[in-house]
Design a protein around this ligand. Structure first.
Ligand SMILES: Cc1cc2nc3c(=O)[nH]c(=O)nc-3n(C[C@H](O)[C@H](O)[C@H](O)COP(=O)(O)OP(=O)(O)OC[C@H]3O[C@@H](n4cnc5c(N)ncnc54)[C@H](O)[C@@H]3O)c2cc1C
Length: 508
């Protein structure tokens, strides 16, 4: 192994780099580092790569464990293009349109589509005359989206003034960060239902749409403008494509190789200790393990861990989730691929989750029937049904613990599905896997079970987000949902490029 000057990131681009974790961020970092000439080895604790984006197969039913909504396909196209390859030679993307359907307890519904006229018809049913507002929303969100991705999201920013200084005063005003997401949506739509649907992305960002910054109106726009997709074989098909790309480039991926510790001496990374007790020398380590878990559990330096513990208390995390993977013995024709079941008391549900720290009253949840788009995911005549229920962070939950019983949540979900005409009984569910927040924490190292990592509050974005390098340990870098630029498949893939850039910059 190449040895380098202690305390300095190596200058030689053929330097070996260890990546801990083969989540999408870890894979992206490995690919980008390899493209810059580094010699990359990935250590993955689980039996297969993918991290949260994993796979469960039971009696012919194939489920994605985590992400199910794939948007911003250009991010993945750019990743493959950076390697001189074409995404479509590795991953077949199937369009999902109508994309997401929203259902309210009183029977109101809204179906989103990337086809403008179809979308307009749907919105008109909730707000007659919405056309002008929708056109303005598209125009403004398009500008904000360009602003965000060209100037803010993908730059390694350390200095708030320099970061914000990238925007002209006009762009600053236009960004919408000064209003809440819900308030910003109110500039275009009068209907609370439309605002609730477009604001519901807040859950994944770890905040209420009444608190999160208005720039996040770009999320619904991004999905509408660039479409929603399912890789053939499920989202895991994307993981397989990225693994193949990484291996084609010469990245070594070792599974069943959990890392026990990142060895540190005199403020510099010295190597890794694997769970079998073996020790390896490394001078550059990228951790794709949740950044807070890395700092508090993996870094072998008590003072650093203590400081991380104190820092963690100030970090706002996204919520936990209960996820159910049901193999259903008959087709589910009464429900589309992606559906969000919203509660009557929308604001109250967000308050319950984020302020009162309990399971939201009215139990909002999300379902995905991926076999509706790719029938090969279920045995003939059957369907896959994935259910995601948001819940408070581990260690924070208030209220009745019985409410958090997975069996009780399951019954409520089935009852709500029945209320909307989905003819499903327990007997129709022939295979079941459930991941509770503890499972998410223990399987993938998610700090306090937080499903999506650090939240995207205003002061946890850009230069205020957990950085992708350790300020006091030379040679330690991060990639993934809790670090910059943020959570979600496209973001962690972009983050891989940013971490590689950071390493190269610090090697100069
Ligand atoms: C239920 C759920 C639904 C989601 N839905 C969506 C969605 O629809 N769309 C979307 O874009 N995003 C979604 N997300 C978010 C998205 O999954 C994440 O932002 C993204 O996948 C995180 O990737 P990551 O790079 O941070 O790595 P992770 O997926 O966290 O991977 C980290 C890897 O590190 C490994 N590891 C941990 N500890 C060790 C160790 N000690 N040694 C070695 N390896 C270790 C883990 O096994 C894992 O493979 C969802 C997340 C969840 C949980």
């Amino acid at each position: 192994m190449t040895q380098t000057v202690r305390g300095k990131t190596p200058r030689n681009p053929s330097t070996p780099v260890a990546v801990i974790g083969a989540g999408l961020g870890g894979l992206s970092a490995a690919i980008h580092l390899r493209l810059r000439g580094y010699d990359v080895t990935v250590f993955e604790g689980q039996e297969r790569p993918g991290g949260r984006s994993n796979r469960v197969i039971q009696r012919g039913f194939v489920f994605d464990t985590g992400p199910t909504l794939l948007n911003y396909p250009w991010v993945f196209e750019e990743l493959f293009a950076a390697a001189g390859k074409r995404l479509e030679d590795y991953v077949q993307l199937l369009p999902v349109d109508p994309s997401v359907s929203y259902q309210w307890p009183d029977g109101a519904q809204l179906e989103l589509s990337s086809q403008y006229d179809r979308l307009l018809d749907q919105l008109e049913a909730l707000e007659p005359g919405v056309g002008k507002g929708l056109a303005r929303y598209f125009k403004d969100a398009q500008a904000k989206y360009a602003l965000a991705f060209n100037k803010l999201v993908t730059c390694n920013a350390d200095n708030p003034l320099a970061w914000l200084g990238r925007l002209t005063p006009r762009e600053m005003l236009r960004s919408g960060v000064w209003r809440s997401l819900y308030g910003e949506l109110g500039r275009y739509f009068k209907s609370p239902r439309i605002r609730e649907a477009f604001g519901s992305y807040g859950m994944y960002l770890g905040g209420s749409p009444f608190d999160l910054p208005g720039i996040f109106t770009i999320l619904a726009y991004g999905e509408l403008a660039h479409g929603l997709w399912l890789p053939k074989g499920g989202v895991y098909g994307l993981v397989e494509g990225m693994v193949k790309l990484a291996e084609d480039l010469g990245v070594s991926i070792q599974c069943n190789a959990p890392v026990r510790a990142i060895r540190v001496l005199d403020g510099a990374v010295r190597g890794l200790e694997l769970s079998d007790g073996s020790r390896e020398d490394w001078r550059v380590v990228v951790s794709n393990v949740d950044a807070l878990t890395t700092d508090m559990q993996l870094v072998d330096d008590p003072a650093f861990r203590e400081a991380a513990q104190r820092r963690s208390e100030r970090v706002t995390m996204t919520p936990c989730v209960y996820t159910y993977y049901w193999g259903v013995r008959r087709p589910l024709n009464d429900i589309g691929h992606h559906t969000i079941f919203l509660p009557s008391d929308y604001r109250g549900a967000f308050d319950d989750l984020f302020k009162n720290k309990r399971l939201p009253t009215g139990l909002p949840f999300y379902t995905s029937v991926a076999s509706a788009t790719d029938p090969d995911l279920a045995p003939r005549g059957g369907a896959t049904l994935f259910v995601l229920v948001p819940a408070p962070l581990l260690g924070a939950a208030n209220g009745n613990p019985a409410a958090l019983d997975p069996g009780s949540i399951r019954e409520q979900v089935i009852a709500r599905l029945n209320q909307h005409g989905v003819d499903l009984t327990s007997k129709d569910i022939v295979t079941e896997t459930v991941y509770t927040p503890r499972d998410w924490r223990d399987r993938f190292g998610l700090y306090r079970g937080s499903a999506f990592g650090a939240a995207h509050t205003l002061f946890q974005m850009g230069p205020w987000r957990l950085p992708n390098y350790a300020k006091t340990i030379s040679g330690l870098y991060y990639v993934g949902a809790s670090t910059t630029p943020g959570t979600g498949m496209p973001m962690v893939v972009l983050g891989g490029g940013m971490t590689a850039e950071r390493i190269a910059e610090r090697s100069k």
